[in-house]
Design a protein around this ligand. Sequence first.
Ligand code: ADP
Length: 620
Amino acid sequence: MDSAAELLKYYEVYETIGSGGFAKVKLGRHILTGEKVAIKIMEKKELGEDLPRVKVEIEAMKSLSHQHVCRLYHVIETNTKIYMILEYCPGGELFDYIIAKDRLSEEETRVFFRQIVSALAYVHSQGYAHRDLKPENLLIDEDHNLKLIDFGLCAKPKGGLGYELMTCCGSPAYAAPELIQGKAYIGSEADVWSMGVLLFALLCGYLPFDDDNCMVLYRKITRGSYNNPHWLSPGSILLLNQMMQVDPKHRVTIRQLLDHPWTMSGYGTPVEWYSTQPLGYIDEDCITEMSVSQKISRQSTLQLVNETLLFDDDDDDDAEDRCYDDDLPWVPLTPQQERATCPSAEKRRDQTKHAPTPEREPIALHHRHQERRDRCRNGPMKTKRTLPWPIRMLIYLLCRPRSPVANRKATRPNKRVLTTPTHNNTNKVGNKVDTPQGGGSTCKDPSRKRPRERVEGKEEEEMEILAFSPERRSRSLDLAGASRGDSSQKRRGGKVFGSLERGLDKVITLLTPSKRRGLRDRPRRIKAQYNVTLTSQTNPDQVLNQILSILPEKHVDFAQKGYTLKCRTQSDFGKVTMAFELEVCLLHRPEVVCVRRQRLKGDSWVYKHLVEDILSTSSI
Ligand code: ADP
């Protein structure tokens, strides 16, 4: 199907919330559950030779399931576009959070850093190196927890993560010296360097290695020379030094970061890196609830869920291979380490009623291995799914756990059925993964972010027009009867499940045609967020006019939509170098005018300086 129709069967589509080198990302809502999602939209034509990278990202995200890795729910591919439906992270980029706060305290940095270490330890344990770690690729979810995104540059060396890679990629300021020098490198070691740069950015609010001139920047990185500002504690200085060691063999490892004194300070426990929501985890309570609501036996419910959720459309082909593919690269923890790192492993084992974990097998791996073994043993490896995709997602959405708030740390029950991201293809994207040593090309520009001017296509227009109106939305949600409320409401799976069984089509045909939202003639009222700058003024029009008068001075083009200014800068050759929004809003309390800002495209640090400049010159 070559239009947005396939997407709009399942999702409402709203405004653009971000864009990167490959994609435009829009806010969406799953029609039947009301769950907000992020829809990453890629034009195949524009992807060109980057298409395999998208395939890499999809493959990686399909196989990763972790509390600090953004979840991929669904992939829709048409002749011209690829849509990735992702877990929505309303808190925006960690980058924006840092710049809004100037820099973070050591305590707050530690909360985030532990989550980053947890995500990376898990990603590495699955055989992947991320290779593009930076604060723009860490998003904040509704519980203020971090989620890692953008796996477009990740690599899974065939022989394991210990094998060397050649491709130079990622953002220059975060790239390890061995990458910049074009040497063969170990992906996990390069990730630790980038985490060091990231840690510095969190603690300091600026980059350790920075220069407009690329050659100067590279020289600074290869020398590993940076200055420690006076506010850094001796512990932070030491850790940064250990992470940003030019010689990768002298660099601290992820394993050492898990229980590093700095990471443990104030916690007393190592970072919990295992997945609390592994693929293949079946929540017993959820099965009970579903079987009661559906009036079918637990056994049948379990079978239904297994058949429905275990296998992707396109995974059937290689399912057998995966059965025997147990050579994951993560070195097993000792039993003591496992107990220290996974204190609740025993408990979860009981809950999931899995066979006992082998003595030395880390729990996350155990779940994966167990899942594979179960698949091999139970046979329905090649069973075609029996329920349409939306039901699969629905079960996932209704039963998945909410991620725990950082400081409440993993106290909530794990409400999750089994999940496997789906790849609902009409045709398939390329299949090349970066392999060690062989054939990797060195990017001319190590940053793969190639800003592109996107022509709003006919299809996109169609999508906007087809996107559901609020009335339409509320009717569909009423029908679904779930989701937007609290978690107990969310878990009332039966009602939604029932309505689904009565037919998705019925739901869709009940919906009324859309209406485009009119332009705002007054500013929105919003709550204070970190991407909001307060002013000392009470008249929104005055603030708007002040900003409007400054933009031409700063060589910023803009289009005005009510109180929103869609801004962009261009290079001498007309290439869009930066796109962002400034919106004049009213704050609830205190009753003042504020400016909401959002970066859509372009270098984050350049954006930071430009917006700061605009807002301070506007004297608002
Ligand atoms: P690309 O692969 O083209 O670089 P990204 O995956 O980095 O695209 O996404 C671009 C931007 O879109 C991100 O920096 C972020 O601001 C926004 N974004 C991406 N995924 C999500 C999400 N799951 N929730 C909210 N915003 C997102």
